[in-house]
Ligand binder design. Structure first.
Ligand SMILES: [Zn+2]
Ligand SMILES: [Zn+2]
Length: 1009
């Protein structure tokens, strides 16, 4: 006996129950044990930052990872299942600062770095526990408890080893340059961290006059949106080729910018070069003694401003470059916190934002302000704390990429990207990226092992062992290989023997994640160390081992990795970079990337907009399977619009599947159907429809296999949904009566179809699939996840095509019927089908039955009118300029209809999918048409047909009454009907279709017999 199923599944309840079952039966452990020693399939998890609980965004990636690991497990692959957590960096630090109410680096230092580091670690502990719990609820099978945590000493040591290699190659250097800087976080921001950080902002827009020293009464006018940079001005740049004009009031501007203005004099930009002017803040100590002059710069455009550019080398990247070419002084106005230094007098201590108003006031007083307003533009902000970034000159540590660039590009070419266009994105990034800025002036991060000595030698430590050997003091108190403890371990310079301290900077967080394919797999590790990864801050959080080098050889490179698109410049990049440095090749063979997530209306999800969906709410209201379905039905090339609306729609579709299973369960129990796993394939004599279902099932297996192999879950979901439609709306619909008594072939065929479909969909929908599996398969593998992947068998293509065509005819027949407004239960006389292949001819009875017509004819459909329109999105690209002509000819009816739904127009042959065809039937006919197939339904109704319609209405009414009365499906009844004409004409048919033993005249009534 199968367990009875309710009318619809309670997804969340069923999922919690399955989690218990898996736990009790150790299903995942059994699966791993079974596959141990099988072929290796290496997946490396990209670490999620441990500073939050599970979000529906993160659950997307986690679902995809789980789906493909489950699929590979069903195919017998041995896998690692190691989950990873990213544990350091600004994101976590900023969160803790907020929690503690600290607002600056000074306040952090006063709070105490030791305690601060401990609080940051607490966040990781809390968050990783939450993330693990959420991921388990999602159904993700990972080796929980053996996760990697990037703040482990072992992970840090591997990065040290990497940096030492980089230094040995001569690629590590200290750069003095202008970089994007977050004044709140007090650190520079690297190029790859700027991705997606531009926001719309309104900033002051100032036109400022610089009076010329050698041309009394004249001035050059510049434009700026950053008033705080004016005190650092040293030059004004002009385009030497452009024309500049002197206004009647003596102001010089680019003439083409002001076409309506009259100028007293026009000069080439080159003629202005060398003019000296009075700076706007010469009275301040920092700017006194600076000689301001006009310089040439080819890059000055005439698109905005005055065509004369204000240059402050201490406040901009290009400005800084110009200072080198033109030998200009560099004035750095603000400190790490973005506040003016004390030699800026009355500006001292003000922030870049606070100073704006005072600077504008000062210019006004001086009489050098031409105009002030607001300017809307895209401006970058800090990716963590959302403070607008500034440019600042700083000393940062860089890895030079010039020598590596071609090797990185070559390595990328060996990777198979899905979607394919991501390969080009990565390549573009590799071609254009600058040197990697690896240092951050923060506290909670990878300690860079750099010890520059006053003798000029740079000491780079490559391991904890090396640090121990060279430590002068403090090594014994080294609790973790991190700040502040590591800062208390000075070393001896290997060049001059003097004491050297570590630089205070920490590393870019992408170093932490990029090293993972080495640090977690035991690259160059001489021996296997139990719990050897659970070191430093990671101790107590994981039991992960440090494997040996042989293990690395087995599992590197990863066969597959998967993350969101933005990781191209982040994790995919840092991994590729570090891997090319260390072993000269890509760390992954294949990548699945995917686009962004929005809410169901296409808006970004924001806590403050009230449209953020909490993962816990999604689990409770949608269920994990439905969430997973929503992620999996998404093509990776498109943004996902996630929400409860789409979830509802998915539940509705899954209900069709559920009802198919319930149908088998209900009638199987009535008839005592007891299938056996040993005889999965039906080995009894099958009818044509059963043979079709078997073939259709084989087709599903083949399509799903292709989908999984291409790492395209969307293909798997589409194949499954089409299959479910075929099972429910064709096979069961056409075979229903065979289940009312024990027709073994029908039961066996349907059972086979459902069991196989559970196997192929199990990776996507693990809970529901296993729940139903355990009900349908009583003597096979205890869990669908322990069942092997079904063998793909060549399906009977001929048979599949035949039924596919019949289903299309029926579908068009339904369309024609609904366009004629005739009710479904009204039988009709005749259907004419045109354009069908001969195979459909053998199915006339089924078509007639489905559409309630008395006869089906195959022949020509006479239409009174045929309208053909171009399918613009398809034809546009194909025809280009010729489209217009084709379109007009179609509209005038100047075309010829060809076989197979094609049309000839003006020398072009249009395929069926390239046109939209509308046929209007002759009077009395309803017509529908699609891609070469046309059906026409005779809508004439006679008394006979009307009587039969009444019969069908009555039968329907009685069957509703049966259900409402609570009768079992097999209960026999006695029936009273008021329609004597129906009883006289159709007594036997009524009896048969309502399971009535007797049909008697009288008011409508039923009684259990
Ligand atoms: Zn910041
Ligand atoms: Zn030295």
């Amino acid at each position: 006996m199968f367990a009875q199923l309710p009318d619809k599944p309670d997804h969340p309840a069923l999922e919690l129950e399955m989690l218990d079952v898996w736990e009790r039966e150790q299903t995942f452990e059994q699966l791993r044990a079974r596959n141990r020693g099988g072929p290796a399939w290496s997946f490396v998890d990209g670490p999620v930052t441990a500073n939050k609980s599970l979000a529906v965004h993160t659950a997307w990636g986690r679902t995809l990872k789980d789906v493909f690991q489950r699929y590979k497990a069903m195919r017998g692959f041995d896998q690692r299942y190691q989950n990873g957590y990213d544990c350091q960096g600004l994101w976590i630090e900023v969160g803790v600062e907020r929690e503690l109410g600290l607002n600056s680096k000074r306040e952090i230092e006063e709070f105490g770095l030791e305690e601060f580091a401990r609080r940051c670690r607490d966040v990781v502990v809390r968050s990783s526990t939450e993330l693990t719990r959420g991921s388990q609820r999602l159904g993700q099978w990972m080796d929980w408890g053996n996760d990697y945590f990037t703040f482990s000493d072992t992970n840090i040591e591997y990065i040290w080893k990497f940096l030492k290699r980089v230094h040995e190659q001569g690629w590590l250097y200290l750069g003095h340059r202008s970089t994007e800087w977050c004044p709140r976080c007090g650190t520079s921001i690297s190029q790859h961290e700027l991705t997606g950080s531009y926001v719309d902002r309104a900033d002051p827009s100032l036109y400022v006059r610089f009076p010329l020293l050698d041309r009394p009464g004249e001035s050059v006018v510049v434009w700026t949106t950053t008033p705080w940079t004016l005190p650092a001005n040293v030059a004004a740049a002009v385009n030497p080729e452009a024309d500049y004009g002197r206004r009647l009031n003596g102001e010089w501007v680019a003439a083409p910018r002001y076409p309506d203005e009259r100028f007293g004099e026009i000069l080439k930009g080159a003629d202005l070069v060398g003019w000296r002017y009075r700076g706007p803040f010469d009275a301040l100590p920092a700017a006194s003694g600076v000689e301001h002059r006009v310089i040439p710069w080819d890059e000055v455009t005439l698109d905005e401003g005055t065509g004369i550019v204000h240059i402050a080398p201490g406040c901009g990247r290009e400005d800084f470059e110009l200072s080198r070419v033109n030998d200009l002084p560099v004035i750095t106005p603000v400190d790490e916190a973005g506040r003016f230094y004390d030699d800026f007098g009355w500006l001292h201590g003000l922030s870049t934002v606070e100073s704006a108003e005072q600077i504008i006031g000062h210019l006004e007083e001086q009489g050098t302000l031409v105009e002030a307003g607001l300017y809307e533009h895209r401006y970058p902000e800090c990716w963590r704390c959302h403070t607008p970034l500034i440019f600042r000159i700083a000393d940062d540590w860089f890895i030079s990429v010039e020598e590596l660039r071609p090797r990185l590009i070559d390595a990328n070419a060996t990777v198979e990207w899905v979607p394919a266009y991501f390969e080009k994105r990565m390549e573009d990034w590799l071609r254009n990226m600058g040197d990697w800025n690896i240092s951050r002036r923060r506290y909670y991060g990878l300690p860079l092992p750099l010890y520059p000595c006053s003798c000029g030698h740079l000491n780079v430590i490559g391991s904890k062992g090396e640090l121990r050997e060279r430590a002068l003091e403090g090594f014994d108190q080294l609790q973790e290989l991190r700040r502040p403890w590591v800062d208390r371990v000075p070393i001896r310079c290997e060049q001059c023997g003097e004491r050297v301290e570590r630089i205070p900077e920490v590393g870019d967080v992408w170093l932490d994640a990029g090293i993972v394919p080495f640090s977690t797999l035991g690259w160059e590790s001489r021996e296997w160390v139990n719990e050897g990864y659970a070191t430093g801050a990671a101790k107590g959080l994981t039991k992960a081992d440090l494997p040996d080098h042989a293990y690395w050889e087995t599992w590197f490179p990863a066969d597959w990795v998967s993350e969101m698109r933005e990781q191209i410049r982040l994790w995919f990049y840092s991994q590729l970079f570090m891997s090319v440095v260390l072993v000269g090749r890509a760390p992954f063979r294949r990548v699945l990337g995917y686009e962004k997530m929005f809410d169901e209306n296409g808006r970004e999800m924001h806590g403050s907009w009230g449209n953020m969906i909490n993962a816990e709410d999604a689990f409770a209201q949608m269920g994990a399977d439905v969430m997973r379905w929503q992620y999996c039905q998404q093509p990776p090339t498109q943004d996902l619009w996630f929400g409860f609306g789409p979830a509802h729609e998915i539940k509705r579709r899954l209900l069709t599947f559920w009802h198919s299973v319930k149908f088998l369960v209900d009638y199987g129990n009535i008839e005592g159907f007891a299938p056996s796993w040993a005889k999965l394939e039906p080995d009894v004599e099958l009818r044509p429809l059963d043979r079709w279902l078997v073939a259709r099932t084989q087709q599903l297996v083949a399509e799903a296999t292709d989908g999984y192999e291409a790492t395209l879950t969307v293909d798997v979901v589409r194949a499954f949904e089409a299959f479910v439609d075929d099972v429910s709306n064709w096979y069961i619909r056409r075979s229903r009566r065979r289940f009312y008594s024990f027709d073994e072939a029908a039961f066996r065929a349907l059972w086979f179809a459902l069991v196989q479909s559970l196997r192929v969909i199990a990776p996507v929908m693990p809970f529901l699939a296993d729940h139903l599996w355990r009900n349908l398969v009583r003597d096979g593998p205890a869990s669908v996840h322990l069942a092997p992947w079904p063998e793909a068998v060549e399906a009977d293509a001929q048979l599949l095509a035949e039924i596919a065509e019949v289903r299309r005819v029926v579908e068009l027949g339904r369309q024609a019927r609904s366009s004629s407004q005739l009710k479904l239960r009204q039988p009709l006389r005749r259907l004419v089908v045109a354009g069908a292949s001969t195979v459909a001819h053998g199915h006339a009875d089924e078509i007639a039955d489905e559409l309630r017509v008395k006869e089906v004819e195959f022949g020509e459909v006479e239409a009174s009118e045929l309208r053909v329109k171009p399918n613009l999105p398809v034809l546009g690209p194909k025809l280009g300029a010729a489209l217009r002509d084709v379109r007009e000819r179609l509209a005038r009816g100047e075309f010829e209809e060809l076989d197979g739904g094609k049309f000839a127009v003006d020398g072009h042959v249009l395929e069926p999918h390239e046109v939209l065809v509308e046929r209007v039937g002759r009077e009395g006919w309803a017509v529908a048409s699609d891609a070469g197939l046309t059906v026409a339904l005779d809508t004439a109704i006679d008394d006979e047909l009307l009587l039969e319609a009444r019969l069908l209405d009555r039968v329907h009414e009685v069957n509703v009454l049966r259900r409402e009365t609570g009768l079992q499906l097999t209960d026999r009844i006695r029936l009273w009907l008021p329609d004597e004409d129906l009883i006289e004409r159709y007594r036997d048919r009524i009896a048969q279709e309502t399971l009535a033993l007797e049909v008697l005249p009288g008011p409508l009534r039923i009684e259990k017999a």
